[in-house]
Design a protein around this ligand. Structure first.
Ligand code: ATR
Length: 271
């Protein structure tokens, strides 16, 4: 019987995950079906229960349910524990639900393997201190950057987030306005400002000559942050399409034990 998987979120109609996983399945010959579920804002747990009850083998979880998924699962990977959020649910043989988080691996693989950016020894500015930023910090710090500075509009949230990761590397939290005269090799946008076409108010000149920018968001048009990066003279101004495909590939691997090739899928999705 075909194994069933799905992505659950709200809204969900624009999710590219079904297309990505269909491409992985075709490429690897894995017999899976992958759908999309519009999650009930009041009854996320019920939706998961129904899906598993109907034979579902695993779920990807997206906005706004990643924290609720973290609460729901019976056990968590180390990445999920640090992220405080679950984007991948795996139904185990014993019927328990395991939560993992593949977002940070997705970001790191896109930067290092797809684009050849070596994170070791680099100075990184991470803008935003919400779930998106928290989700990537552990995999990022495991690559031994010189330093990660988290800058957030609400400074206290950046400070709190940095405190959660002090044992994992050199990480500090500041307000957005505090990072004027710094010079970073890489600036990552983890804010939701792009949803309304805006760029967080980062001072010009904080990107090193030859530095890169990375928007964790993706859209068919260049995002506001990609345009900002190009204006700052970034050697590369990347968006989150590669991260999206890489996190999906890691989820696919967790479920199926098979690692799909991502490059052809990224090419296929890029308009
Ligand atoms: P997510 O889980 O997607 O990260 P979130 O937890 O609501 O969502 O966090 C959104 C992040 O984007 C926050 O860091 C937020 O800053 P505040 O903590 O100060 O609210 C940031 N953000 C959203 N809109 C922004 C804007 N226009 N300028 C700067 N930062 C913005």
């Amino acid at each position: 019987m075909t194994d069933k998987y799905a992505v659950i979120g709200n809204p969900i109609e624009h999710s590219k995950s079904p297309q990505i996983h269909a491409a992985f399945a075709e490429q690897t010959g894995e017999d899976i079906e992958y759908g999309r579920i519009l999650g009930d804002m009041e009854d996320f747990y019920g939706d998961v229960r129904d899906f598993v009850g109907a034979g579902g083998k695993g779920l990807n979880v997206t906005v706004p349910f990643k924290e609720r998924a973290w609460q729901l699962v019976n056990e968590r990977s180390e990445l999920a524990r640090h992220a405080g959020a679950v984007n991948t649910i795996i139904l185990l043989e014993n019927g328990r639900l395991r939560g993992d988080n593949t977002d940070g691996i997705g970001l790191v693989r896109d930067l290092e393997q797809n684009h050849g950016f070596d994170l070791e020894g680099k100075r990184i500015l991470l803008i935003g201190a919400g779930g998106a930023s928290r989700g990537i910090l552990l995999p990022l710090l495991e690559k031994h950057p010189q330093e990660v500075v988290i800058a957030n509009r609400t400074e206290s949230k950046a400070v709190d987030l940095a405190h959660l990761f002090t044992e994992q590397g050199q990480v500090t939290g500041v307000g957005l306005e505090h990072e004027h005269d710094e010079s970073f090799d890489l600036i990552i946008n983890g804010t939701s400002a792009g949803l309304s076409g805006r760029v967080p108010a980062i001072s010009a000149g904080c990107l090193k000559p030859g530095g890169w920018t990375y928007d964790m968001m993706y859209s068919d048009e260049p995002t506001a942050f990609v345009r900002w990066g190009l204006e700052q003279g970034a050697a590369k101004a990347l968006d989150g399409l590669g991260m999206l495909v890489e996190q999906a590939a890691e989820s696919f691997f967790l479920w199926r034990g098979v690692r799909p090739e991502t490059a052809p899928v990224i090419r296929q999705l890029r308009p």
